[in-house]
Design a protein around this ligand. Structure first.
Ligand code: ADP
Ligand code: ASP
Ligand code: MG
Length: 399
């Protein structure tokens, strides 16, 4: 069982979580629980680090931001003990969950849960601080924002758990963010692949890496609400889903910035000259368009994560060996994506998207597609309008 920030947002809510855990124990289950920090706490801890120094030691950042989860794991253990359940808290290093040394976004390398399993076999509930591990050099590490989901799925795989229940503040995975589109529908089931695309294209309900891990280890993940008993959404293999929708959902990401190099001399090797140095600097480039050439020059447009924009500009300016006229940037953009495994075998899915956006007079800056998704980059001011229009165009609105 994993409980997110809102679900452990105050003492009353942690007591509510303790009751839910007790109910599972009373049903005869052995339970490991993963908790996030109380909502808002991680943001506050990150802000403290930045206030202390805008550029700071990533190892110390991890030492600081990992504390939020430690508080809630201890509190929940006490809450369970108050209900007569034997429980103890586990920090990442105590289990141990070992990671690589990419501080701030570390990857789990191994989990040695022997001691934890021994405790669980004696009837103890293990309450694990999510989001954290231990990196080489005996340093605390964290798994990137939203990383408690990944702790939960990784532990479920290591424990060979029957289920991994992710409790959050919505009662499942919806066709799109239910906070923005009121007519969003809850899905009973979604494939690992669709969930992976949705997460990586912006739906923050599950961290992308947690879905990758679930897919790889065949962990049955269920997303459900800690505030209601409504049935949730099961993330599962494609063959478990009988009625496959053409489009299962629409995701958006505001974490984008657009860069255009204007008047680049059109010659072999320009793409390599621009994108090589960016790759070396570890800056992700997502969408790319190169316009047709006029009078021997062309415009090259691409997107990067918004947080990397300044760095990307510097890398391009410092390394550009091909002549160009100027650089234009735009941070007020959003990437909107329609996702569905049904697309593989259907034509016209992209056209529905283009027409729906055209009808709302929304201009498309860049398009990119894969087998199971179509993404467009548009101006950020149209985010909500676009999501609603697409939701309707693909017939996803709740009846
Ligand atoms: P937690 O703190 O429990 O980890 P998150 O805030 O990380 O919760 O994730 C839950 C939020 O994800 C919801 O409140 C919702 O606004 C957002 N969300 C975005 N897209 C979707 C979607 N397709 N289905 C459900 N929730 C979504
Ligand atoms: N507390 C961490 C965060 O806010 C991890 C998590 O909640 O999953 O990103
Ligand atoms: Mg989350």
């Amino acid at each position: 069982m994993k409980f997110g920030g809102t679900s452990v947002g105050d003492i009353a809510r942690i007591k509510n979580v303790a009751k839910r855990v007790k109910a599972e124990v009373d049903r005869g289950n052995q339970v490991a629980v993963v908790v996030s920090a109380m909502s808002g706490v991680t943001n506050q801890l990150v802000a403290y680090c930045t206030e202390m120094a805008s550029l700071h030691d990533a190892r110390e950042y991890d030492a600081i931001v990992a504390t939020g989860e430690q508080v809630t794991s201890g509190l929940l253990a006490i809450g369970l003990q108050e209900l007569g359940i034997q429980a103890r808290s586990w920090a990442g290093w105590q289990i141990a969950i070992t990671t690589d040394d990419a501080h701030g976004k570390a990857r789990i390398e191994s989990i040695n849960a022997d001691e934890m399993i021994a405790g669980m076999e004696q009837g103890h509930v293990a309450v694990v601080a999510g989001f954290q591990g231990i990196a080489p050099g005996n340093r605390v590490s964290t798994l990137g924002r939203g990383g408690s989901d990944t702790t939960a799925v990784a532990l479920a795989a290591a424990l060979k758990a029957d289920r991994c229940d992710i409790y959050t503040d919505v009662d499942g995975v919806y066709t799109t963010d239910p906070r923005i589109v009121k007519t969003a529908r809850k899905l009973d089931k979604i494939t690992y692949e669709e969930m992976l695309e949705s997460a990586s294209l912006g739906a923050k309900v599950l961290q992308t890496r947690s879905v990758e891990m679930a897919m790889k280890h065949h962990v049955r993940v269920q997303v459900l609400s800690s505030f209601s008993d409504a049935p949730g959404t099961l993330v599962c293999d494609e063959d478990e889903i009988v009625e496959k929708a053409l489009v299962s959902g629409i995701a958006y990401s505001r974490d984008e910035a657009k860069v255009t190099l204007i008047g680049v001399e059109d010659q072999p090797g320009i793409a390599a000259a621009i994108f090589g140095p960016l790759a070396e600097a570890n800056i992700n480039v997502d969408m790319i368009v190169q316009n047709t050439s006029r009078d021997g020059t062309t415009d090259m447009t691409f997107t990067t994560p918004r947080a990397d924009l300044e760095r990307a500009l510097k890398v391009v300016k410092d390394n550009m060996k091909v002549p160009y006229k100027s650089i234009d940037t735009d941070k007020a953009v959003v990437k909107v994506s329609v996702i569905g495994v049904g697309m593989r075998s259907h034509a016209g899915v992209a056209q529905t998207m283009f027409k729906a956006l055209a009808d709302k007079k929304i201009n498309i800056h860049i398009i990119s597609t894969s087998e199971i998704k179509v993404s467009v980059l548009i101006s950020e001011e149209y985010t909500e309008l676009a999501l609603r229009a697409l939701h309707t165009a693909y017939g996803l609105d709740a009846a």
